[in-house]
Design a protein around this ligand. Sequence first.
Ligand code: FAD
Length: 614
Amino acid sequence: MLWTMDWASWRLAVTLMLGQLARWLYRGQRQNGLVRVVNRGVAAVFSWGVAPNYLVALQVTGHRSGRTISLPLAIVIVDGERYLVSNLGADVAWVRNVKAAGGRAVLRHGRTERVQLDELPVERRAPVLKAYLRRAPGARPHVPVDKDAPLEDFAAIAARFPVFSVRLEHPATRSAGGERRGERAQMRIAIVGGGPSGSALAILLSVLGADVTLFDDGRRPALLVGESLIPSVVPILKKLGVEEDTAGFSQRKPGATFVWSASDQVRVTFDRFAPAVFPYAYNIPRPRFDEALLTRAIKAGALHVPIKAKLERADADGARGELALALETLAAVPALEGRQPDLIVDATGRARYAARVLEISARIGPRKDVAHFAHFQGVRWDETPGQVLVTRGRAGWNWCIPLRDRLSIGIVLSRDDAAELGREPEERLHRAIATEPWLSAIAGQARRVTPVATYANYQLISERGYGRGWVMAGDAFGFVDPMLSPGVFLALRSAELVADGLAPWLARREIPSPHELDRALARYARLQGTMLEAWLELVAQFYDGRVAALMRSGRTWDTLGSGFLRSAIDGHVARHVGLLASGAATTARYPRALLRFLGRYALRGVHPGELAIR
Ligand SMILES: Cc1cc2nc3c(=O)[nH]c(=O)nc-3n(C[C@H](O)[C@H](O)[C@H](O)COP(=O)(O)OP(=O)(O)OC[C@H]3O[C@@H](n4cnc5c(N)ncnc54)[C@H](O)[C@@H]3O)c2cc1C
């Protein structure tokens, strides 16, 4: 008979047997001796913090023995608050001991927290009990309600199962305001990721008066991409108070030159389009730039927590947020007092941590390339200092970004084309420099002064950029191909937009209601999404050869004569391409429509395919 049982029947039988065993072990709602021994061992394991982060060891003083008693328990988080539940009812030793100790106890889970446990009134227990049963399968045999039952069923049995709220015994001094919504209070915001988007947001929110915790895993390799900035970054740097610092270690960038072939080149300097476009930008040593932003964030009042933060999906019944800081991450920041923040910002870059936890998919663009790059000295540089050079290669494209005392050289190409250049990144980069005419003229005799770094290059926009109590910023929200260097701008601009959205509540020192927060984040996500789409469209026109074809065909607009009309049209088109590619008006309707129109109707026999980037 056993051999003929299907999987579902097996599972049911095993569940019933385990339920029977659990009820036997806890006959009369009391532990037998065997359970006590096992519990002591399990509590020791939980206290080391090696178990999943919701499993803890509770230590409380025995009210008769005076000894410290440890037992393993599961913590449940509802609406951002932590709770402990007695699944064996009110008449068990730990509940009696906690009450006798006036609620004072210790939680251990890798870290030690002195906590105050307060019994919850019966009418508030139902959502906690439900969340608890979903979290702790081991408790289900003891509670006569199915984990998926409606809340009313839990309310009916709530009086039998004590629930304790958990708060730190010694609240830290930060964030002392009233914490319920509608009261005047300091909004508590946790930002995960100390790259440009995270640090910039930490600066802006701290200045506005938010209580900001910035988690930063400190991963800053000596070589980081994102070295060339576009002009629209500069006003944001000024606002963040880091432009002077940035100017001190960066190379001023007057413009960019694009080379599709020996005869198809365009050299742009930003000052040509001033004042619509900021007249210059910077080429930055990225790790140093990130440090400058982080230092400024700390100065502005953000609490810097140098750890890799852990996020998890919040309990389904939690009214506050969809995403939560894991217990061990909360515990690592005593200033958070064990409570979830009002808002969690995912600024983890291409790690896209929130998207992974919440299983949010993304729309992926057509490019799937690999990039190899390194820094060189002893190059031959005939261009203006700081002018960035982008050249079309035999396959893919290449960058030359002049930094203060060195040149960053990168190649971006498909994985197959990269493999043809060699097996190792070093071999590929050196081969490209030797065989691409532009690169070999510049760096044929140069000395590589860093290892070669490798990045995957792709295009991606998250299907969802925010949710209840959380939001994505920077690359975590969307990532655009770097040919036009918009990445750091998009990261900083997203920070600006999030901060602008929250500014009205921060100014009044109020915490937005979940609905208000939702609306503010939705607006931000719309704007950021539109910006990402616009950049993707623009970069596609560079890849498929339309922009280059337009430039070539512009040289043959003889019918317009050589005088005023022709130069006016030339200037008009160049100006609007400049507005798009500098970030000054990338989402504006007219320049986008103009470029689309010209790319379709003004190519005069030039085939974009000839100038496309493979
Ligand atoms: C090949 C290539 C070339 C590029 N070139 C340019 C360019 O020239 N110009 C430009 O503007 N952009 C460029 N970019 C893009 C640019 O690098 C990014 O857009 C920019 O770094 C995004 O900033 P961010 O803050 O969103 O993310 P990131 O810079 O990735 O920062 C995220 C930070 O979060 C940290 N982190 C991650 N997980 C956690 C965690 N759990 N806890 C704590 N911290 C965590 C990471 O260590 C990192 O420090 C390029 C990208 C590529 C791939």
